[in-house]
Design a protein around this ligand. Structure first.
Ligand SMILES: *Cc1c(COP(=O)(O)O)cnc(C)c1O
Length: 360
């Protein structure tokens, strides 16, 4: 007798928990729990969506040629080395599924994105968690953890929920220090918020073992649309494309993403707003005695004295209709990850925490 059994690893998966969006007793909540863009999405994306709505009886192109050409033109990358997915999550799934399986190891780090161990289990591989050093990805610890079974290393730069970046030069050292059989995936979901950073594009251009992933969910404000992309060596992209469903992106997704990526003014404007409000929020938190690192993303990790303080601050924010993210599952029971909002929203957060601090 054979029983119906799931593939190895699947039952090890703890379901991903997203940011909350509702609060009992509040009609108008301020949601700062999912790193969404306070300005929404670029108007050109909405216009492209409306135009494409007339085409939904047609199958979309399978090769994503127009979107890849637009991404390539904007970023100075070879479109033949770009692959597009349903969010960067799907691109991460392509690379983990195509290059690892049962018996293989996938390295992620202590405070890394919670999708990484999930992706490892989806592929049947074993996630290996490596410590960070002071909330920063530790390149030497990763290199020490590599074994003959390691197939991939997954890191986000800037990191989520830390907002920190790997020190300059270390990414290169990591890529160069990994054995030939190991792929380094640099998840650049927050690249546009990190001044002067290319997301790993140069490394992915030059190295045979580096894949960069990017998303339309953050600075483009299109998280609800689900589009992301990856850039890497042609041979790697070719392998990944074989397991990509031919119609993974709809005509709506393709049209809106293409319009959005060409809107460079939008990116500049959102990055400038974020930098200003992020500095303001960090300054205010530190003034209140709440610890936080410099952030290179569109969120700040506030670290309270202990878990009870974080719980109390979270409750106070919720009483004021503000939802932020608990990050206990990321190794920060004492932390709250707060998405950087616009000027008014940031003012609300600072005022709410200030009142809590004063005990009023
Ligand atoms: C938000 C985020 C993403 C984006 O995921 P999508 O599937 O593109 O929406 C990827 N990586 C990290 C670390 C993130 O925080």
């Amino acid at each position: 007798m054979h029983k119906i059994e799931p593939q190895p690893g699947i039952m090890e998966i703890d379901l991903y928990v997203g940011g909350k969006s509702r609060l009992a007793g509040h009609d108008e909540v301020l949601k700062l729990s999912s790193n969404e863009n306070p300005l929404g999405s670029p108007p050109v994306a909405g216009e492209a969506l409306a135009r494409a709505a007339g085409d939904v009886h047609l199958y979309p192109p399978t090769d994503h040629a127009d979107l890849r050409a637009a991404i390539g033109a904007v970023h100075g990358l070879d479109p033949e080395r770009i692959i597009c997915g349903v969010g960067s999550d799907e691109v991460l799934q392509f690379v983990t599924q195509a290059f690892s399986g049962p018996g293989d190891e996938i390295i992620h780090t202590e405070h890394g994105f919670s999708m990484y161990p999930i992706l490892a289990h989806m592929a049947g591989a074993t996630p290996v968690c490596v410590p960070e050093a002071g909330r920063v990805v530790d390149v030497d610890a990763i290199l020490r953890a590599v074994t003959g079974r390691t197939r991939l290393v997954l890191i986000a730069n800037p990191g989520n929920p830390t907002g920190t970046m790997v020190p300059e030069g270390d990414l290169e050292r990591l890529a160069g220090g990994l054995p030939d059989h190991v792929i380094l995936v640099i998840d650049g979901a927050y690249t546009e918020y990190a001044e002067g950073y290319d997301g790993g594009a140069a490394l992915a251009s030059e190295r045979p073992n580096v894949l960069m992933t990017r998303t339309f969910s953050k600075i483009y404000g299109l998280g609800g649309l689900r589009v992301g992309w990856g850039y890497g060596p042609r041979s790697m992209i070719d392998v990944m494309t074989r397991i990509r469903q031919p119609f993974n992106l709809s005509v709506l997704q393709l049209a809106a993403a293409e319009a959005a990526v060409r809107d460079r003014d939008w990116v500049a404007r959102c990055a400038a707003l974020n930098a200003k409000q992020r500095a303001r929020l960090i300054g205010a938190l530190r003034e209140m005695g709440i610890a936080c690192d410099d952030s290179h993303a569109n969120f700040v990790l506030a670290r309270f004295a202990d878990e009870a303080q974080a719980t109390a601050a979270d409750a106070a924010l919720q009483r004021d209709g503000i939802i932020v993210r608990r990050v206990t599952g990321y190794g920060f029971p004492e932390g709250l990850r707060i998405t950087v909002g616009d000027a008014v929203q940031t003012g609300r957060v600072i005022a709410a925490l200030g009142r809590w601090r004063e005990g009023v």
